[in-house]
Design a protein around this ligand. Structure first.
Ligand code: PMP
Ligand code: GLU
Length: 399
């Protein structure tokens, strides 16, 4: 076999998606599995969006569109950014892509030269470091832990800057930790960033999934900062539209234009039908979903805190919990068949949780956090109760 490229060899599959695929296959084979792995709302796509998609097909809106997305959708996104986020953008400063993951990749491809450094607060979402590296960039992780609720400090940021720093990534609310920066914390970071000539990639895809706190975009800090910020958002989380694949970036026009040129040679426009569905979705977020997520978070968190050797901070956003299991790593699990297993790593712990208890979660390793694992609580309360009963049993057998 001819050799794969060095690029292909350096890439590992997305752990969140591969664990989800494995879990779904087990489920299809009849295993009674609880899937807490993938970050995907369990609510249906809003009717208005689904019907707009159906109408797009019925009306034969099925051809190529503007590479950056139809003007109507970009205008509607601009209106949303103004009314909901207090940020003024023109449609020429917005590009719609096939999911926010695609949007992020476009950004890294147009701003990074080989060797450029990107400051990445850790724990981080699994695809950021892979995408940065694919674009030739160098990942500079900024470690955080429970002591600061997984948030970086202005001093830490200042200390991480070098003459190769090209961008910083901010993801608030965060996947996987659920942390949300307060406006004051973001303003303090913005002040440091403003003093350096670097870009900000602000991934705000979980902006609506916040519990008792407010979402603030760092782009609001000043016009100077807004001119260097890529605001990333999408329809997957707010509108339960993961499969439709629609995400977008709002940012400075020359860079958005470069992203459009790049996109014109890779995927061209996002699916025409999905664009119409996205247009139908805007403004239909149901606050009841937020209440439901909050109730689930509270339930799972309380149950987790009862488990032997588990600690967990209280996340204020997204739909993840990120428990710390450092205290049980290296300990022995008594298995159902009478054998024992030493839980040397969190990967092994999650593997045993899956095979012994049929509860699927994601180890923190891919998120840059080898003492933690991620639970997505975007599933029904029944499923969560089942999962927590099983976890109680599991952690009770570790000694
Ligand atoms: N950013 C974050 C933080 C995410 O968790 C995800 C996962 N869905 C994405 C971006 C990408 O979402 P999508 O491509 O479905 O729009
Ligand atoms: N972002 C979600 C997650 O972290 C969906 C899967 C993915 O794209 O990584 O689970």
């Amino acid at each position: 076999m001819l050799e794969l490229s060095a690029r292909a060899k350096s890439i590992s599959p997305s752990p969140t998606l591969s664990i989800d695929t494995k879990t779904k296959a087990l489920k299809a084979s009849g295993v009674d599995i609880v899937n807490l792995s993938v970050g995907e709302p369990d609510f249906p796509t809003p009717d208005r969006a689904a019907l707009a998609g159906v109408a797009a097909i019925a009306n034969h809106f099925t051809r190529y569109t503007d590479v950056s997305g139809i003007l109507e959708l970009r205008q509607a996104i601009a209106d949303k950014l103004l009314t909901e986020n207090g940020l003024s953008y023109s449609p020429s400063e917005i590009i719609v892509s096939s999911g926010a993951k695609h949007s992020l990749y476009n950004i890294f491809m147009v701003i990074l030269n080989p060797g450029d450094e990107v400051l990445l607060p850790a724990p981080y979402w699994v695809s950021y470091p892979e995408q940065i590296r694919l674009a030739g960039g160098v990942v500079v992780p900024m470690p955080t832990d429970e002591s600061t609720h997984f948030k970086i400090t202005p001093a830490q940021l200042e200390a991480a800057m070098t003459d190769k720093t090209k961008a910083i990534l901010i993801n608030s609310p965060s996947n996987p930790t659920g942390s949300v920066y307060t406006p004051e914390e973001l303003q303090a970071l913005a002040k440091v960033i403003e003093a350096h000539d670097i870009f900000v990639v602000s991934d705000e895809i979980y902006e609506q999934l916040i519990y008792g706190v407010h979402h603030y975009s760092i782009a609001k800090y000043s016009d100077k900062l807004k001119d260097r910020t890529f605001l990333v958002n999408g329809f997957s989380k707010t509108y339960a539209m993961t499969g439709w694949r629609v995400g977008y970036v709002a940012g400075p026009a020359p860079y958005v234009k470069a992203m459009s040129s790049f996109q014109s040679h890779t995927t061209a426009n996002p699916a025409s039908i999905s664009q119409k569905a996205a247009l139908g979705a805007l403004g239909t977020f149901d606050p009841k979903h937020r209440e439901e997520f909050q109730a689930r978070r509270d339930y799972v968190l309380n149950e987790l805190l009862e488990l032997n050797g588990v600690t967990c901070t209280k996340p204020e956003g997204a739909f993840y919990l990120f428990p710390n299991v450092k205290a049980v790593l290296g300990k022995t699990l008594r298995k159902n068949n009478g054998e024992t297993a030493i839980l040397t790593t969190v990967d092994l712990l999650c593997e045993e949780l899956l095979t012994e208890m049929h509860v699927s979660t994601v180890p923190g390793t891919g998120f840059g956090a080898p003492d933690n694992f991620r639970i997505s609580y975007a599933t029904s309360m029944d499923q969560l109760q089942k999962a927590m009963d099983r976890m109680k049993d599991f952690f009770g057998r570790i000694e």
